[in-house]
Design a protein around this ligand. Structure first.
Ligand code: ISE
Length: 344
């Protein structure tokens, strides 16, 4: 029995997931698309070969024709879709961020904890990227000694949408580094500092960037991130990890190398959909498999999403004040604690 998926939000990532489920994921099909913009919903429904078109989440749930939902709307609309879906006990794949702030995140966690087990997987796709996975293994194995520092750069050719505002540098973009780098390092973010330097005159008029974000992790590892959304040349996400006995680098351009006319060329990505194509495909297939076999979640859960919301909150305040801001500590509820199988 194929998993019947409803997609909420027919923007770029909604369309991307509709295509992924339809063309590259086994065991699932898109049966409905919801968007207040009916025209957009229709376009995405067409990608899925003619799914139902609806303009509200409640209407989708009322049809009782979906087994699971993928929430692909902008972060500020997530809570309004998550709460009714949880109430209907539907398994949920929620794009990042879970919610943009911790107050709404708390309401979502509360609602989820009324169910028998976690139902939400959060779309931090970088955890499924083969290179990040490899780097995490290297840290855990201590083969190169202990991890000391991480230097990262997150560069977009230009902002991913026209409504992108200054705070989104943190809560829409660095949100990924908060999640994946603390996952790689095996330690949560303790504090955040943000510096604004020389402005790129090619940025949107209301943006002041690139910015430099400094995170301190609980285990003392320092992470610096250049967040740059007007890099023009392409899409690049690089990470250099410094260990006691070595240095590891991921996110370098790969593929064809071309020497021609006195120059050397190697293609670079232009957008996140190709840079993280493998990660997105693996993430969604694993989620579908988990829902079908009853585990419901196989990847970052709502607790991970909430921790990132806390880090973003500190990051936004650090951006506003120029100060180092501590991340509000939070204790993991029993509900989210990794289930340990009984000793045999
Ligand atoms: C966008 O929403 C993403 O999630 C991309 O991965 C990221 O590179 C970009 O900065 C965000 O705006």
């Amino acid at each position: 029995q194929e998993l019947r998926v409803g997609i909420v939000g027919a923007g770029a990532i909604g369309a991307d997931h509709a295509r992924r489920i339809t063309e590259r994921t086994s065991g699932a099909k898109v049966v409905a698309v919801v968007d207040p913009n009916e025209e957009r919903a229709r376009e995405v429904a067409a990608i899925a070969g003619g799914a139902d078109v609806l303009t509200a989440v409640d209407a989708l749930i009322a049809t009782e024709r979906v087994d699971a939902v993928m929430i692909c709307s902008p972060g500020r609309f997530h809570e309004a879709a998550l709460l009714p879906a949880l109430q209907a006990r539907l398994p949920i794949f929620c794009e990042k961020p879970l919610t943009p702030d911790s107050a709404s995140g708390e309401r979502v966690l509360e609602a989820e904890q009324r169910l028998d087990r976690p139902h939400i997987q959060v779309g931090f796709m970088r955890r499924f990227d083969a290179e990040y996975m490899r780097l995490r293994e290297l840290v855990a194995s201590a083969d190169a000694g202990e991890l000391l520092m991480i230097h990262a750069a997150h560069r977009n050719a230009r902002p991913t949408n026209p409504e992108y505002v200054q705070q989104n540098l943190i809560d829409d973009s660095v949100v990924h580094e908060f999640d994946v780098l603390s996952w790689v390092a095996g330690s949560p973010v303790r504090s955040v500092t943000v510096r604004q330097g020389r402005r790129n005159s090619l940025s949107l008029p209301h943006l002041h960037e690139p910015i430099l974000v400094l995170m301190e992790l609980d285990n003392g590892v320092l992470v610096d991130v250049e967040m740059n959304v007007s890099a023009q040349f392409g899409y690049q996400v690089t990470t250099e990890a410094v260990f006691e006995k070595g240095v590891a680098r991921i996110g370098q351009p790969s593929g064809l190398e071309l020497w021609q006319e006195g120059a050397f060329r190697k293609a670079e990505h232009t957008y996140y959909d190709t840079r993280f194509a493998q990660a997105f495909d693996t993430e969604v297939q694993r989620w579908v498999n988990a829902v079908r076999d009853g585990r419901l979640v196989d990847g970052p859960n709502a607790w991970d999403g909430f921790q990132v919301a806390l880090a973003c909150e500190a990051g936004v305040e650090a951006l506003r004040t120029g100060r180092t801001v501590d991340v509000r500590p939070a204790t993991i509820p029993e509900f989210y604690a990794p289930r340990v199988s009984p000793a045999s």
